[in-house]
Design a protein around this ligand. Structure first.
Ligand code: SAM
Length: 373
């Protein structure tokens, strides 16, 4: 067994001051990075707060009562977020995901949803607008989100067993309430709904088959996520990862599966269909089968820093530009420049590295709760 563990550290991320390029050109509707990857998805974190303390994401020992969350004034306003989103859409972004922290904790989130729902791609199409939530407030908010223009959503649920789930979220929140939230989202007409389960060895891997059984024969797509070495506070090592191949093997033994083609190039999950027609499950194998070569995502943090990789150690301070007199053309060109320079492929490099030493690469990486999942 590999006992190497990453120590708990405070988050101090590198700020990258963006440089406005001298020559300003109009957006062409498509951007590629240094490794020829197009830009399609923007993930926006709307808060760094969460009401859960999932042991693998925001452990209480780090995110306790003395933890300094961002002051309200440093958060991007809805107007600022919409301005940035509009510039990204002009560059070819077609999908926006709101995340956090827990996005439903941001006051009046429906107002932001309504503002983003009005954006149109250069060829006049509405965006694929979605949200990732822990589901705890969904029963109350699903209808308002739908009315504001949200199309679909992903709900995180790591176990059905109440003991296991409540131990994992570490605030004793019942799985039954998350299931009620999912039900309310279905009733409100939000769909298709995806349920995401992070699998951590020895913690909830005995929930793989019960979760598969629960969502089989429903329109909900359950996706299994390999436990990743995001941030520096979750003590990750390779022994805690159940490879997707093993998840497939366990489900297949009881409910036979077959691999089916991706919906679109760059889809994060591989798709598996139940052979008896009972729907499908997805596998997000960011550790064992890194998909950096197809990554089309960029992330905007709660305080307006742009991260070109989930595992980044620094973010480009867009808020500084937004709150100075920078014009749309200047911000747009800065965004283009950042994407053009991007050459991140952390997970592929880590995969090579973990084959050698079983642990994550050292360095202060940004926390998932700050940048958003
Ligand atoms: N609060 C929202 C939620 O629970 O979905 C959105 C933010 S949360 C950080 C987004 C997703 O990241 C969740 O599905 C969570 O389980 C996942 N996540 C957090 N830490 C992770 C890790 N180390 N490895 C894999 N997934 C992780």
């Amino acid at each position: 067994m590999n006992a190497k563990v990453i120590p708990i550290v405070n988050q101090e991320f590198r700020d990258i001051v963006p440089v406005i390029p001298e020559r300003l050109t109009a957006p062409t509707g498509s951007l590629v990075d240094a490794l020829a990857r197009p830009l399609h998805d923007l993930r926006i974190s709307v808060t760094d707060h969460c009401n859960f303390r999932c042991v693998y994401c925001m452990p209480k020992e780090v995110f306790g009562k003395d933890y300094q969350f961002l002051p309200h004034a440093s958060l991007l306003t809805f107007e600022e977020i919409t301005r940035v989103a509009r510039l990204f859409v002009a560059h070819g972004v077609t999908k926006i995901r709101l995340t956090g922290g827990e996005p439903l904790l941001r006051k009046n989130l429906e107002r932001l949803v309504a503002m983003l729902a009005e954006l149109r791609t250069p060829d006049g199409k509405a965006l694929d607008l979605t949200l990732t939530t822990n589901g705890s407030l969904l029963a109350r908010k699903a209808q308002a989100l739908k009315d504001a223009g949200l199309r679909r959503l992903s709900v995180s649920l790591d176990a059905l067993d109440e003991d296991i789930f409540q131990r994992m979220n570490d605030i004793g929140f019942p799985a039954a309430k998350v299931l009620e939230g999912i039900e309310a989202a279905q009733q409100a007409g939000l769909g298709p709904i995806k349920v995401n389960m992070v699998v951590k060895a020895g913690l909830n891997d005995d929930q793989i088959v019960p979760m598969a059984r629960r969502f089989k024969d429903t329109p909900i797509v359950l996706r299994f996520i390999e436990f990743m070495d995001v941030g520096s506070s979750n003590g990750w090592n390779m022994d805690q990862v159940i490879p997707s191949a093993e998840v497939v093997r366990r489900i297949h033994a009881e409910m036979p599966l077959e691999l089916i083609p991706a919906n679109y190039p760059g889809e994060t999950a591989s798709r598996w269909r139940y052979r008896d027609g009972g729907g499908e499950v997805g596998m997000i194998s960011s550790v064992t089968q890194a998909f950096c070569h197809e990554c089309t995502r960029i992330r905007l943090s709660t305080e307006g820093k742009l991260y070109t990789c989930l595992f980044a150690t620094g973010g480009h301070d867009l808020r500084g530009l937004l709150r100075s007199n920078a014009s749309d053309a200047e911000i747009s060109q800065t965004i283009a420049h950042i994407w053009n320079q991007r050459d991140d492929r952390y997970s592929e490099l880590r995969t090579a590295d973990t084959r050698v030493n079983g642990a994550s690469q050292p360095g202060k990486k940004v926390e998932m709760s700050y940048i958003g999942g």
